[in-house]
Design a protein around this ligand. Structure first.
Ligand SMILES: [Zn+2]
Length: 294
């Protein structure tokens, strides 16, 4: 943690929440190399699931996503303060004081499929609108997501006051692009620098020098209406979705699972972060949503 010694927000940037998603770690490394120091408030930089990252293997990269369980599904008090043990719970328990002290949190991720960057702003009606407002101040990326969470467990950005619309504490999660895309690093660096600059933690001039990309001309909000959750190991998609496709017609089959067919519930349905990489009953395979009117 870096302390400016001056009053200001307590800000946290987290990388490696998933051990195979290292654009965030490269962004934090950039921050260290630039020797950037907060001009006000406090700045916490965290490499989260380092145990999973440590076993990264080019021949089997998905194995380093986590060791025992998804680090980004353990953030409810029942799990964190409970008796259950896992590598990820131990790490989350160690980092919890920093997460709980943060006024603003940016969590850096990447995706399985080549897809435009998406800012996951939180759950609609439960703090997600604060995330949208912050993402609009950051100005990146073009696609902002209000979702419904994951049945498998609470994410870091939903923990405690982050989910309370009445609290100013705000957390967002950026999916920077596909895991191995070079541009994912540029998105991670730009989002982080703009995030720190709009909160006043670094000077806008030092952020400006580091920026690598143009801001999108506009930002649009996708509101997720429902997750498609796998019921069996037979789950499969009707088409190899990459993400953010807009399916024109209501009733179009998008996936099937143990005799059941999932269809789009309305026209112009957006496929949000489809993935079959971690198929397991109870896992969210894709989320269905629509663009809000501009
Ligand atoms: Zn991730």
């Amino acid at each position: 943690m870096l302390d400016s010694g001056k009053p200001g927000p307590n800000v946290m940037v987290q990388a490696l929440t998933h051990g195979n998603e290292f654009c965030g770690a490269i962004a934090l490394d950039f921050l260290f190399r630039e020797k950037l120091f907060p001009v006000k408030g406090k700045l916490t930089l965290a490499f989260a699931n380092v145990a999973a990252f440590a076993r990264f293997d080019f021949d089997d990269p998905d194995r380093s996503r986590y060791i025992d369980e998804d680090y980004n599904r353990v953030w409810a008090d029942e799990a964190l303060l409970g008796a259950r043990e896992s590598v990820e719970l131990r790490r989350a328990r160690a980092l919890r004081p920093f997460v709980d002290a943060a006024d603003y949190l940016l969590d850096l991720h990447s995706m399985h499929e080549p897809c435009r960057p998406i800012m996951v702003c939180g759950v609609g009606g439960r703090g997600g609108e604060k995330g949208i407002a912050l993402a609009r101040r950051i100005g990146l990326p073009a696609d902002l997501l209000l979702d419904t969470g994951h049945p498998a467990g609470l994410r870091m950005i939903e923990r405690g006051a982050f989910s309370d619309p009445a609290s100013p504490r705000t957390a967002v999660l950026i999916e920077c692009g596909q895991h191995w895309e070079k541009s994912a690093v540029d998105v991670a660096v730009d989002t982080m620098m703009r995030f720190l600059a709009v909160l006043g933690v670094i000077e806008p001039s030092s952020a400006g020098e580091a920026l690598r990309m143009k801001k999108p001309r506009s930002q649009r909000v996708i509101r997720v209406t429902e997750p498609v959750v796998a019921r069996s190991m037979q789950f499969c998609f009707e088409r190899p979705w990459k993400g953010l496709e807009v399916v024109a017609k209501a009733g179009t089959p998008v996936a099937r699972d143990a005799g059941q067919v999932w269809r789009t519930p309305y026209d112009d349905c957006v496929m949000v972060m489809p993935s079959v990489k971690h198929l397991k009953p109870g896992t969210t395979m894709v989320r269905l949503g629509r663009y809000e009117p501009a």
